[in-house]
Design a binder for this molecule. Structure first.
Ligand SMILES: NC(=O)C1=CN([C@@H]2O[C@H](COP(=O)(O)OP(=O)(O)OC[C@H]3O[C@@H](n4cnc5c(N)ncnc54)[C@H](OP(=O)(O)O)[C@@H]3O)[C@@H](O)[C@H]2O)C=CC1
Ligand SMILES: Cc1cn([C@H]2C[C@H](O)[C@@H](COP(=O)(O)OP(=O)(O)O[C@H]3O[C@@H](C)C(=O)[C@@H](O)[C@H]3O)O2)c(=O)[nH]c1=O
Length: 284
């Protein structure tokens, strides 16, 4: 198998890729340490590409602190836009395919119908804006890319909403959780599996795709399901967004339509609740 360079290997999705690659007994994935794989260092990246001549590069590296990004616009933009562009340029130069990851937060979320890849992206905050700029920079720099927008990513690895809920739930009797933000969780293990399936298929149907688990929910219902599945007695209280002020505004409705990825790439996608049960079990 030709090599696959993974960037952002220490993050949530990077670790999930290592997990799924091991499960599937896939060789060829290279997880360079961040010191050698800083996506803001084009010369270091060039050395990596020259050494490995990868067939694919997967960009899991990102600036993901949604609220902090409002105060750190420059660093968020450098990582989410310039870093993605650096990788896309090298992929074009070395004839590698880039798998780029983006987010539902590119949408304003003012509608109430599942969002397709052709719906207008109008980010509400710096994180979403810089991720959208990253999508655009990738599309401008190379033809051979798959950009997968995902949402509400969680897993047994790194930090995420599920792990935050389990921690807070063990400490408190009751949690107040927003119920007027609706979206779809995505188990990062499922996303990692989808990325590797795309690579294994050697598909050339390049472009922009939506990928999350099936179904939809609110953060409140998601948290309630987490406690049910984990067997925790924590009570959840539904609150409105206005009652939980945050620095960044989040989309109220960011459910994404996955028809394109299912039809074009033949992926089957589990329902969010089934995948959540798998994750809770893995967390023990
Ligand atoms: N988490 C979520 O809920 C969602 C995430 N996404 C997208 O999915 C992708 C994966 O997210 P996730 O794994 O959860 O994110 P994480 O924050 O867990 O991981 C991001 C990784 O990128 C690394 N990184 C940051 N800057 C650089 C750099 N300059 N060079 C190399 N690596 C760098 C981080 O390292 P360090 O920690 O050392 O800074 C970290 O290991 C991202 O594109 C994200 O935007 C989309 C929707 C939802
Ligand atoms: C901890 C907590 C959060 N919330 C709300 C705040 C927010 O609207 C929602 C989720 O909170 P978090 O801060 O964990 O998640 P957030 O950082 O907003 O998650 C986003 O991350 C980026 C990277 C993405 O790309 C998005 O798809 C999405 O997953 O839950 C509560 O209502 N009560 C609580 O006790």
């Amino acid at each position: 198998m030709q090599s696959i360079l993974v960037f952002g290997a220490s993050g949530q999705l990077g670790q999930c890729l290592a997990h799924v690659a091991k499960e599937r007994n896939l060789s060829g994935l290279v997880f360079p340490p961040e010191a050698q794989a800083n996506i803001l260092n084009p010369e270091g990246l060039r050395a990596l590409f020259a050494q490995h001549h990868p067939a694919y590069a997967i960009n899991c590296a990102a600036y993901t602190a949604v609220d902090k990004a409002e105060d750190e616009v420059e660093i968020a933009r450098r990582v989410n836009r310039d870093g993605a562009e650096n990788l896309a340029r090298l992929c074009a130069e070395f004839d590698a395919v880039l798998l780029q990851i983006s987010t539902d937060f590119v949408f304003a979320g003012t509608g109430n119908q599942p969002l397709t890849e052709t719906d207008p992206a109008e980010p509400l905050g710096v994180y979403g804006l810089t991720k959208l700029e990253g999508e655009q920079a990738v599309a401008a720099a190379t033809d051979k890319y798959f950009t997968l927008r995902t949402s509400w990513l969680y897993s047994q690895y790194a930090g995420n909403f599920v792990k935050t809920m389990l921690k807070l739930g063990a400490e408190r009797e009751e949690l107040r959780i927003i119920w007027d933000q609706v979206g779809t969780p995505c188990y990062a293990i499922d996303l990692a599996g989808a990325l590797l399936t795309i690579i294994e298929s050697q598909s050339t149907a390049y472009g922009l795709y939506h990928y999350s688990n099936e179904g939809l929910t609110s953060w409140y219902d998601f948290a309630t399901a987490i406690f049910e599945l984990a067997g925790l007695p924590t009570r959840t209280v539904p609150i409105r967004t206005a009652e939980y002020p945050t620095k960044a505004t989040r989309p109220a409705y960011s459910v994404m339509d996955k028809t394109k990825i299912k039809q074009t790439l033949g992926l089957t996608i589990p329902h969010w609740r089934a995948s959540l049960a798998v994750c809770i079990k893995a967390l023990g």
